[in-house]
Ligand binder design. Sequence first.
Ligand SMILES: Cc1cc2nc3c(=O)[nH]c(=O)nc-3n(C[C@H](O)[C@H](O)[C@H](O)COP(=O)(O)OP(=O)(O)OC[C@H]3O[C@@H](n4cnc5c(N)ncnc54)[C@H](O)[C@@H]3O)c2cc1C
Length: 423
Amino acid sequence: MRGGSVAVVGGSIAGCAVARAAARGGAERVTVLERSPGHLEDRGVGLCVLLDRYDELVRAGHLDDGIRHHPVTARHWVARADDGDPRGRVLWVQPMAMHSYHWGVLWQGLRERTPDGVEFRPGTAVTAVGGAAGADGPAWVETAAGGREEYDLVVGADGHRSVVRTAVCPEARSEYAGYVAWRGSFDARLLDTLPGGAARWPEQEVITACYPGGQVVLYRIPGLTPGSTLVNWVFYAPAPEWLKRADEDSDPLGFQVGSLDTARHGELAELAERVLPPYWAGAVNLTPVERILLQPIHDLETPRRTAGRLLLAGDAATLVRPHTTSGAAKALQDASAFEDAWRAAGDWSDLLPGYDRERGEAGHALVDLSRRLGRAQVTGAPDWSAIDEPGMTEWWRRQLGTTGGFGGLALDRKPNPPSATGR
Ligand SMILES: Cc1cc2nc3c(=O)[nH]c(=O)nc-3n(C[C@H](O)[C@H](O)[C@H](O)COP(=O)(O)OP(=O)(O)OC[C@H]3O[C@@H](n4cnc5c(N)ncnc54)[C@H](O)[C@@H]3O)c2cc1C
């Protein structure tokens, strides 16, 4: 199919990738409407893409080696040791080949790769979308500045609290998982101030330090400045009392980097000292307060991804808990499936159902997996003090079930059975 106008609501990972896919597919006019007025890159921390998914996305033309990343080869599961070992007792060394990214570096790379003809409109908040019920009428967007614009297709790449989703499937609601992720990052050179220094932690290891009630995952990522390295961490924990009190509707919003106060930072530091092996507590507590954010964990399933000439991609379409390490890969896969559906379609009425079929099933499977992993690792975790390596491999195999999917399902949807490597 060639020609037509496409509006993409949201210019983050999914938005940049879908805009590129539409332009490559042959759309005549592509416009990205992004609410945020400024640079987004400073707000992000780390994320990972499993090597198998990375290779597929390179083949599909949605990632390339030119976007700086850090190689990861193994995930070390540890828990506080009775003998006081500062790195903790090793429960399992899980082979795991991934690339870790700074969210901002990945976003910049995708933004730079968006073809020149795509129009980006930062500072444009979309307030409503709609259109004819079938695929034969145009769709429209309304923005906070006022006015209505018509497009042949409107793509919702507007994330967790998507406006486009409320038009595609108003019944879909995100569910709060009942726990939070504190997240932070700091200059990796600071590790040298810890007893034993940075040498205690080989550069390609991901650490998962488990405790009753949660875990912290730590890994290195490239910094925004070429040549620099950051330590990124995600600390799953019960929701703090003040957050519960502030959010009686049980759908807490969390807060961005730069808004954590000293008292609440003190609570996090105390939790780290109390539950983590000392080296990893020390690492978390090297983080400057202004580099910490709090993200309540949610997930969301949608019964459909398209309606009329509206289509959802990325977190707007399905939101998975971060335990699956699949958010960015899933968004890029959506863009890849969109491009394939576009190229195969004769007209709009082919494009939308083709994409829905292709991505709907994968979305449901990932939400299910992310709920299982959340229960297994946080709310219903085993007694870490009693578990050994065979116990860990069996426990992991049970979580992945028959479909696998850690890191995202394979793009071609061939069975992706679980293995001890998590791939
Ligand atoms: C600034 C930022 C930093 C992030 N940092 C990380 C990170 O460090 N680690 C990680 O794992 N994930 C991070 N994420 C989330 C991650 O990008 C997603 O989970 C995943 O990659 C899917 O991306 P997405 O594009 O579907 O959704 P999102 O990344 O959530 O992007 C949605 C975009 O839509 C825009 N938007 C929302 N509503 C409207 C509207 N009404 N009108 C116009 N625009 C709108 C938002 O401003 C945003 O840019 C971050 C997201 C953002 C926006």
